[in-house]
Ligand binder design. Structure first.
Ligand code: PLP
Length: 417
């Protein structure tokens, strides 16, 4: 790279980092290296400002009053629904239900739709690579209904191929629930091909997009998913808000699972009729500031562009993987999955929690544990792993510090023994 191009890249990287106030936090005396983006990503100022503006200028409830201020809040809330629908490539905005996050969205599909369609003797397919949020609800539904939970086989990269899904399907398969990108292995599913296998076999397809939405732009119509769930906080937006996309005719068949304000059509003495989707599923006061903040996060992603973000993530992840691979005591469980920014690894002889303590001492934040995916730990035959997860705002220098800290953690063993 020429020196002027290099300088230009540095300036751009600095400008981007300045948009994220948390990136200048100091941890244990070091500028923080934030490599825990798959857990929660940092939030840009535009999102924070939009939420502050709501609280300072028009922080009232929505859909309840006829006053101008209430109208402004309602309008911005509903405009975000349209923005989310466009972002997902959905045909209609009333296919978008706001929830507390991916977990709440998947529980809603399971408790309402799953409960409606799954019967005793049916089969529900998941994989061992799911986050607990896309595993336990289906496991419990199967248990309660006398249905069978079936695990589709994972390949060595941690994904279910369409062929593997086909193998797991039987005439009894009622529903398939799989991740878009896995949070442990960072494996990327061919969502369109998997949805087709499910549909050809007469089953519904639910997709957990918590990680996928960040790295692989989804089009819900092209992929033909029946349901797609994601969280705001992984997409550079606020916590406490998420989305369930559902095909409208399926949402229309689903009963609400929460009852209260603003989800009804008519409350009679002994019965109630409910509002149409999506409001039927949005009982009570919604996270208004967070929904508006999510809209700003989507603006941010659209402004930066998926391609540019992904180029950075894949480049940084590839150099981190290459450098870690040069350390003989490091085992990387997913050496080929650069697209997610996730590196799942262990350092020989050191428990991941102890290693995470060493990283923390160096100001590096990453995750250690089972990553809310004990089935995947079972697949890997590990109790826990380390997980570094990179975002487009991370830098080569941060990768360098991470690699050095890994070496240091390895040397720690030599000091002990
Ligand atoms: N699914 C996947 C793949 C995830 O990575 C996560 C969070 O880490 C979830 C579901 C749950 O998301 P949330 O905690 O935002 O509901």
């Amino acid at each position: 790279m020429s020196s002027s191009l290099h300088e230009c890249c540095l300036k751009r990287s600095e400008a981007i980092r300045n948009e994220f106030p948390m990136l200048s936090v100091v941890e244990n005396g070091h500028p923080m290296v934030y490599f825990n983006n798959a857990a929660t990503a940092m939030t840009p100022k535009s999102v924070i400002n939009a939420m502050t503006e709501y609280y300072e200028e028009y922080g009232v409830n929505i859909a309840r009053g006829v006053d101008a201020i209430g109208y402004r809040a309602t309008h911005l809330f509903e405009a975000t629904r349209v923005k989310v629908a466009d972002f997902l490539g959905a045909e209609r905005s009333d296919s978008v239900v706001f929830t507390r996050g991916t977990t709440a969205a998947l529980n809603l599909v399971c408790s309402s739709f799953g409960n409606l369609v799954v019967e005793a003797g049916d089969e529900i397919i998941v994989s061992g690579g799911e986050h607990h949020a896309n595993y336990i609800p289906w496991q419990q539904l199967a248990k309660n209904k006398g249905a069978q939970l079936v695990l589709a086989e994972l390949d060595e990269d941690g994904k279910v191929t369409p062929e593997a899904l086909q193998k797991a399907m039987t005439p009894k398969t009622k529903l398939v629930a799989l991740f878009h990108i896995s949070n442990v292995m960072g494996a990327v599913h061919d969502v369109k091909a998997l949805a087709k296998v499910a549909h050809d076999g007469g089953a519904y397809f639910v997709c957990d997009g918590a990680q996928g939405i960040v790295h692989d732009q989804i089009n819900v119509v092209e992929t033909d998913v029946d349901f797609y769930a994601f969280s705001g906080h992984k997409l550079f937006g606020p916590t406490g808000v998420g989305v369930l996309y559902g095909k409208y005719d399926l949402l229309k068949r689903m009963p609400p699972i929460e009852f209260g304000g603003e989800m009804i059509s008519l409350v009679d003495v002994y019965d109630t009729t409910f509002a149409d989707p999506p409001h039927r599923f949005e009982a009570g006061t919604m996270p208004i500031a967070e929904v508006i903040g999510l809209g700003k996060a989507i603006d941010y992603v659209n402004r930066y562009g998926y391609c540019a973000m992904q180029r950075r993530v894949e480049y940084l992840t590839s150099i981190a993987v290459e450098k870690l691979q040069a350390q003989p005591n490091v085992t990387i469980y997913n050496p080929h999955n650069y697209a997610s920014g996730i590196i799942c690894f262990n350092i020989e002889g050191i428990h991941p929690h102890d290693a995470a303590g060493i990283y923390d001492r160096e100001g590096i934040s990453l995750r250690a544990g089972h990553h809310c995916s004990q089935p995947m730990m079972r697949e890997l035959k590990q109790f826990a792993t380390l997980r570094a997860s990179l975002a487009f705002y991370n830098t080569e220098e941060e990768v360098e510090r991470f690699v050095e800290a890994t070496e240091m953690a390895g040397d720690f063993l030599d000091i002990l023994f």
